[in-house]
Design a protein around this ligand. Structure first.
Ligand SMILES: NC(=O)c1ccc[n+]([C@@H]2O[C@H](COP(=O)([O-])OP(=O)(O)OC[C@H]3O[C@@H](n4cnc5c(N)ncnc54)[C@H](O)[C@@H]3O)[C@@H](O)[C@H]2O)c1
Length: 323
């Protein structure tokens, strides 16, 4: 039986990652789409053969028979559509960040529970093949002892935070913070430092986190650095993974190193450039995971409760600032 989804938002990310990834899942039908910009919705509908186009998500929810809805719009605009989708008892997939405060995400989680809805935030790093395999290799040898998430970008010349109205931490560094929570689990204590390099808005977020598992997490980010560099480290018993996503990880085990390449993990045959981009960056796997959860009524790896914990850590990093 097919799974019928509706997509709200036909912007850049929807076009590059979300529509084509859902469209290639067996038995998944994009039955309707919506954007306040009719041309955008129309262009994606034509490209992916979507039969129903709306400019008002309420009309889409009312007139279309759907199993689930994806909401791919900026986080500060999520409140009303998320509540409307959940009120209808539908399953929901949203982009990161999952709202603007932890309290908001928790409230949505509570409604999802009440309605028995599958509710997932698309934290794609949890689905990148190289990261998943590196984590698996470390955990195969025992618990993770330490993880590092580093994110650097060259935005120091920008007079305004490019992610307004949300700060860089809540909008973009959230990928790194969620990675640390994913590898570490529940947070016991944390010390953070937030600062500004060359600009009058916060653009460097650093933290040391102690997890209940005993593991330690290190966050190191700076958006006035040399270029976009994303890196992760995962360490365990006699094993280390230095990850350069999305293409490779250097695995060291008992003094010997080898390189894990994404080409060895996934089949890219027949995929065009966009298809490869979606596969290696986890967009194919995150959308497939959601559809699988909808069909089997399984709780997604990054459900709204889990997302709320990441949002709590974001707020703690802001509040604990050493200045
Ligand atoms: N995981 C990732 O790597 C990744 C990458 C890029 C963007 N994102 C996330 O995806 C989301 C969207 O980003 P984007 O770059 O596509 O933004 P965008 O501005 O390109 O697109 C947003 C679209 O939403 C539409 N929209 C806004 N409010 C609407 C409403 N009420 N009803 C219908 N349509 C509405 C706008 O008209 C626009 O077309 C953001 O939350 C962003 O953080 C995630």
């Amino acid at each position: 039986m097919s799974t019928r989804i509706g997509i709200i938002g036909a912007g850049q990310h929807a076009e590059n990652a979300i529509y084509p990834s859902f469209a290639e899942i067996n038995g998944c039908v994009i039955a309707a789409c919506c954007d306040i910009d009719k041309e955008r919705a129309g262009a994606l509908a034509r490209k992916h053969g979507v039969p129903e186009i709306f400019t008002d998500y309420r009309a889409m929810l009312e007139k279309t028979d759907l199993d689930a809805v994806c909401v791919i719009i900026p986080a500060h605009l999520l409140e009303e559509p998320v509540i409307a989708v959940l009120d209808q008892g539908l399953d929901i997939f949203i982009e990161k960040p999952p709202g603007i405060t932890a309290a908001q995400t928790k409230r949505w989680a509570a409604i999802a529970h009440k309605k028995n809805s599958i509710a997932m935030t698309a934290f794609n790093r949890r689905f990148e093949p190289v990261i998943l395999e590196a984590k698996r290799l470390v955990e195969e040898r025992g618990p993770i002892t330490q993880a590092l998430a580093g994110y650097y970008k060259n935005m120091g010349a920008m007079a305004r935070n490019p992610f307004e109205p949300i700060d860089i931490l809540g909008s973009d560094v959230i990928h790194s913070v969620d990675f640390l929570r994913w590898t570490g689990g529940d947070v016991i204590s944390m010390r953070s430092d937030v600062t500004q390099f060359f600009q009058s808005y916060d653009n460097s977020f650093n933290a040391i986190i102690a997890f209940g598992s005993g593991a330690r997490g290190i966050l190191s980010t700076n958006y006035a650095a040399g270029r976009r560099i994303e890196r992760f480290e995962i360490h365990g018993h006699g094993i280390s993974a230095l990850i350069e996503p999305p293409r490779l990880a250097r695995i060291s085990h008992n003094e010997k190193e080898y390189v894990l390449r994404v080409e060895d993990l996934v089949n890219m045959n027949g995929r065009d450039e966009n298809g490869v981009f979606r596969l290696i960056n986890g967009f194919c796997a995150e959308t497939a995971h959601f559809i699988d959860c909808v069909r089997t009524r399984r709780n997604p790896s990054c459900n709204f409760d889990e997302s709320a914990h990441t949002m709590e850590l974001i707020e703690a990093i802001r509040a604990n600032t050493i200045k």
